[in-house]
Design a protein around this ligand. Structure first.
Ligand SMILES: Nc1ncnc2c1ncn2[C@@H]1O[C@H](COP(=O)(O)OP(=O)(O)O)[C@@H](O)[C@H]1O
Ligand SMILES: CC(C)(COP(=O)(O)O)[C@@H](O)C(=O)O
Length: 291
């Protein structure tokens, strides 16, 4: 008789502000260094592993999707076909780390469903390998083990890499999505990799000299401009936010703008953003040293 295994998992969204690519022929050492914001919001996932299913299928908010990192992570964890049901209000393919969050939430759910007895870091190691292998991410799974402003100081899968944090209180992150960008198409483009690494290396050393959220926003914006990843409409939106008193940059790698603001200019920043699209109000996540 077949046995049905069910489980649930959650993983947070992650907005990379800037990063540097570290290639390595051994994929466990391949990855990125850089800095990003891990949010309170993310994806909630239910899974059913069941050998009566014909094949693994993944639904995102009720619609079928093909996310290679998710299927690869499943194959690394089980031979059983899996029915995956992901719910989120955060879009896929827009620089908010959804492929990593999707795969990580599935890994947590499978760990529960099949009593695999793995730690979170081990599951994130598997997701990192799946992401690096499929080209949809280089560092999201590492960051997504934590909350708040995470600096990835050493590349590689989570158990090989190292992280540090920008000390900060929890704050609101405003996001407008303008369009999709395929991460794979950018990180497999040689010319882009050179520009990313030159701008990313500079931003990384500057954030370690002054690890503040304001400096993170400044270094992220410099990175977006220097790499040439910033499109015209995103640039216009960032300018509009700055004119309203906020700070903004581009979520990597997506055609998406994220912003922070203080209480005084909140309404003006929100209004200027809503002229460009729906504004998502998200939370920076409580880091290890926040209240
Ligand atoms: N509708 C869709 N929009 C964007 N990506 C999609 C979609 N359906 C499937 N995918 C897959 O999801 C993955 C998205 O990865 P990526 O571009 O890194 O996005 P994110 O920034 O959300 O992590 C890719 O493997 C892509 O092929
Ligand atoms: C920036 C990126 C390489 C991709 O991020 P996303 O487009 O959100 O999948 C990320 O994985 C990182 O290493 O920081």
């Amino acid at each position: 008789m077949s046995e049905i295994h069910t489980g649930t998992g959650f993983a947070p969204a992650h907005i990379t502000g800037f990063f540097e690519i570290h290639n390595h022929k051994d994929l466990q050492y391949k990855g990125s260094t850089g800095c990003g914001l891990v949010l309170d919001q993310g994806v909630k996932t239910e899974i059913r592993a069941d050998d009566t299913l014909k094949r693994t299928r993944v639904l995102l908010n009720g619609s079928p999707v093909q996310v290679d990192a998710i299927n690869t992570a499943i194959d690394m964890l089980t031979d059983l076909p899996v029915a995956v049901n992901i719910r989120t209000n955060i879009p896929l393919g827009c620089g908010l780390g959804l492929s990593g969050a999707g795969a990580l939430s599935v890994a947590y759910a499978l760990n529960q469903a099949l009593s695999l007895s793995y730690t979170s870091k081990h599951l994130a190691d598997i997701v990192h390998l799946a992401e690096v292998n499929t080209g949809s991410g280089l560092g999201d799974a590492t960051a997504q083990l934590y909350r708040g402003a995470v600096i990835r100081t050493k590349p590689g899968k989570p158990s090989k890499g190292e992280v540090d944090f920008i000390p900060s209180e929890k704050f609101t992150v405003y996001v407008v999505v303008l369009g999709n960008v395929s991460t794979k198409s950018v990180i497999e483009n040689r010319e882009m990799v050179d520009r990313i690494n030159s701008a990313g290396g500079k931003a990384h050393s500057l954030i370690l000299k002054r690890p503040t959220i304001d400096n993170f926003m400044e270094q992220s914006k410099n990175f977006a401009m220097e790499t040439g990843l910033l499109k015209d409409r995103a640039k216009d939106l960032i300018e509009a936010i700055e004119l309203s008193g906020g700070k903004a940059s581009q979520a990597m790698i997506g055609d998406t703008v994220f912003a922070i603001t203080d209480k005084k200019t909140k309404n003006e920043v929100y209004d200027s953003m809503s002229e460009f699209g729906e504004v998502l109000e998200l939370d920076s996540g409580t880091g290890c040293n926040t209240i």
